[in-house]
Write a protein that binds this ligand. Structure first.
Ligand code: ATP
Ligand code: ATP
Ligand code: MG
Ligand code: MG
Lengths: 165, 168, 165, 168
């Protein structure tokens, strides 16, 4: 299993870097084994370097940069071993408009790997969905599902319907 | 394998029986603050065997049972059904012949809990065994909770090994 | 100082409930002393009940409800003892459109109490500001301040300028 | 009392001297992810005496000094000046006659740090004494960091006493 771990580590490292570049339009990211001699026990460092910046501790990254780095690692793992479905709860909240666009573009490419359920308040994320469910509390304290739409031009209406309901 | 249907009854703010059919691709769930979106994610995590009330934002597991409103009495039971389809070939031996799998979890106010696979009573361990190679389950990155996306980058180097082990 | 603590506690409790009601359009919120006999040592419970829902542990509240409850407590404290200035870093991120509107309305009423500096990606929050600063990294990795606008119809342009720069 | 001006030099991503003038009322700070908005908030918190590198998202305090880019060398010093105006009557005895207060903090890569009040060298303790009744300072709710709004609701009942004590 040592060989399996090392092979997986190397593939994930490679894929993580590729997804990261597609989000940041350059830069690099990687996973580093703290103790190379002992891969089955060693901790792992994550380094991320957005385009043009210095390589540094991931804690210095901004809120949006951290979210995109985390999504890169998650999607890299799915590209290697897809999970049947994935629920993402408002992961687009820290992202600016430009990064929401990049996120939804990459998400679209993942559709043949996994099924995604995305909770969001952002109109652009709604528009990339194949189906849209509105949740409402018409009766205070009691949740109901309002409607299902299968194309994007009604994203706006479903959120508003859920609001008004 | 994919998620085809979710039925929620008496779980958190879903007092009445609610059914959600899922298509392949991307499904967006929208609605105002506090309407019950994250409760849907909690329902899936709970049905997959989550044992920590705190992860489901409660103090004790009874907190997931519908607690009543000004006009509705509290319920005595919470139930969630998850339907997985296109499962052929992805299940461990012993579950081989099923085309679809339905996982059911119930909790009564008395504290008693029940688990079912395709309506046959089973233990939590059976559900865990069923899902062991599927990539879904309470501990994998199938569910990213609200505000917790950064956790995958986690602060401790040894905690980060999980993402490699899940991908192997 | 025991009397001072009790008086402050009661005033804050009262004000917290009022601000909470103005955000949620009803409901109630309060601070409760865990050990009433020992106010100088006692811990404090916070209970919050959005309109029509049952009183419960604040952890069961949704992301947006929790944020609004936290903002209610913060603003209540400012109404009693204003701080000279306050920096709010993307506190509107979890809020839906309707609650952003309520947040900005209440924020406007606080202007004579404190000076506010609000970091945001939300257009509606930008529009309530008296002045707007754009930050850009025209030169990768180096931050600069792009421009200052003193009215709201240019909120959109400043974010876009900062993006393009 | 209110904030009238902020000057940042060599602090985090603000390599060149940057001046921001603040008006009364509400000022919005906008810009794309990673451009340096939260670094402005860190600059204010640091100048008010923050001693924890972790609160400023670094490992050691030197992490706040401009670290260089592909085209720029790292700097040897970080400096932040905060200008407070309309201060009359709100300062403790001993600082009485000032109309405006300028607080300066500097850090050199050598680890040496300097503090100034109105350009007169002082200790951190003097800055703390100056601000003691003003309501601003590293430990008050003057600054709500990104993603930390919920902290005021904090999980431990005894931690919640702070908001009462600050309001007293
Ligand atoms: N056992 C329960 N019984 C009844 N209602 C419950 C129960 N547990 C939680 N709730 C309610 O569910 C609501 C929270 O729902 P949820 O977290 O799903 O909202 P959300 O749609 O995700 O909102 P946001 O957009 O703010 O994140 C709370 O207001 C709470 O009162
Ligand atoms: N000492 C330093 N030297 C140079 N750059 C630094 C230093 N410390 C932090 N940075 C840079 O500052 C950037 C983060 O800035 P900041 O957190 O202010 O972004 P932000 O505008 O708040 O973005 P977001 O909208 O995503 O929250 C990081 O990309 C990091 O590279
Ligand atoms: Mg939610
Ligand atoms: Mg930020």
């Amino acid at each position: 299993t040592k060989q399996l771990f090392i092979d997986t580590f190397n593939t994930l490292n490679e894929t993580f870097n590729q997804v990261f570049k597609s989000f940041f339009g350059g830069g690099k990211a990687s996973l580093v084994l703290v103790d190379e001699n002992n891969p089955l026990e060693s901790g792992i460092e994550i380094v991320a370097q957005p385009t043009g910046k210095r390589l540094e501790n991931i804690d210095l990254l901004s809120g949006g940069e951290k979210a995109l780095t985390a999504i890169s690692l998650l999607f890299a793992s799915f590209l290697i071993k897809p999970t049947p479905f994935c629920m993402l709860d408002e992961i687009d909240a820290p992202l600016d408009e430009a990064n929401i666009g990049r996120f939804t573009n990459v998400l679209r490419t993942m559709v043949d790997k996994s099924q995604f359920i995305v909770i969001t308040h952002n109109k652009r994320t709604m528009e990339t969905a194949d189906a849209l469910y509105g949740v409402t509390m018409e009766e205070l304290g009691v949740s109901k599902i309002v409607s299902v739409r299968f194309n994007e031009d009604t994203a706006q209406r479903t959120e508003e319907e859920a609001m008004v309901a | 394998m994919r998620l085809s249907k979710l039925e929620i009854l008496g779980f958190k703010s879903f007092c009445d029986k609610t059914t959600i059919v899922f298509q392949p691709g991307i499904t967006a769930v929208v609605g105002p603050n506090g309407c019950g979106k994250s409760n849907i994610s909690d329902a899936i995590q709970w049905a997959l065997g989550e044992q920590s009330a705190k992860t489901l934002r409660g103090e004790k597991m009874e907190d997931v049972i519908f607690n009543g409103t000004d006009n509705r009495k509290p319920l005595g039971m919470a139930e969630v059904n998850i339907m997985l389809t296109d499962v052929d070939g992805q299940l461990p031996a012993g579950f081989g012949e099923y085309k679809e799998i339905q996982i059911t979890r119930r909790l009564y106010r008395s504290g008693e809990s029940e688990y079912y696979i395709n309506r046959i009573p089973c233990r939590l361990k059976d559900i865990r065994d069923l899902l062991i190679d599927s990539g879904i389950g309470a501990k994998t990155h199938t569910i990213i909770e609200q505000g917790k996306m950064d956790q995958i980058l986690s602060s401790k180097p040894t905690d980060r090994r999980v993402i490699i082990e899940e991908t192997a």
